[in-house]
Design a protein around this ligand. Sequence first.
Ligand code: IPE
Ligand code: IPE
Ligand code: MG
Length: 253
Amino acid sequence: MPSDPAPAPIPRHLAVIMDGNGRWAQRRRRPRMIGHRAGARAVDVCIDFCLETGIEALTLFAFSSENWGRPEDEVGALMKLFLGALEREVDELHRRGVRIRFIGERERFAEAIRARMNAAEAQTAGNTRLQLSIAASYGGRWDIAQAARALARDVAAGRLAPEAIDEAMLGARMALADLPPPDLFIRTGGDTRVSNFLLWQLAYTELWFTETLWPDLDAATLRRALDAYAGRERRFGLTGDQVAGTQPQENNA
Ligand code: IPE
Ligand code: IPE
Ligand code: MG
């Protein structure tokens, strides 16, 4: 009897740039904020998909270091939306076994938001079904700088010799150090750039871009991304033969 084909590999960790909210609203001649509200619903679609497919970790880029520079009324409205989502969604996510964490420069948020973030993390700390990390006030450069600062503190305190610093040591102080690095990166909205997301952690992540605007996200789009991922050969700098575990056809020695 023919054996079943091996199941397609599922990414353990998915990282997403949720882009295109403003354009989604502008195409409907509505204010950008309407797009952000619709985008909040798409977050639920994405989380549901991860829970159903068995993806272990999901990291969502919600607000970048650079997004603080947007018009004051947009930043203010986004903060309100964020606070509202924290108030409404956390109990349900907890019930579904989701652990919630926030990565980024938390000090820049108002106290009411920080308190909710801390409470959400504490409430869900014991959950293991899905590791949900929300990157908010986050920048990849900030992340590298804060990790370097942590090492510098250890050196200054005499706990660490500068010569001992290596990639693993810096990596251990980066955000998400306890998770496997992202296997798959998705950016919606049609732009093909990383926009200061997880610069360190994305070193060998498979990148996938779609024109779909974030509020239009559906399971079919995510399924297409997973299918593309399943067809990729991840070589990590090695040769295809090495990765396949076969010998090269020709011996060129
Ligand atoms: C992403 O959508 C959400 C945030 C950056 C907060 P945008 O607001 O960037 O939407 P576009 O790119 O202008 O369409
Ligand atoms: C990246 O989107 C940040 C988030 C989705 C949170 P931006 O819309 O800010 O990125 P750029 O400005 O197009 O590079
Ligand atoms: Mg954008």
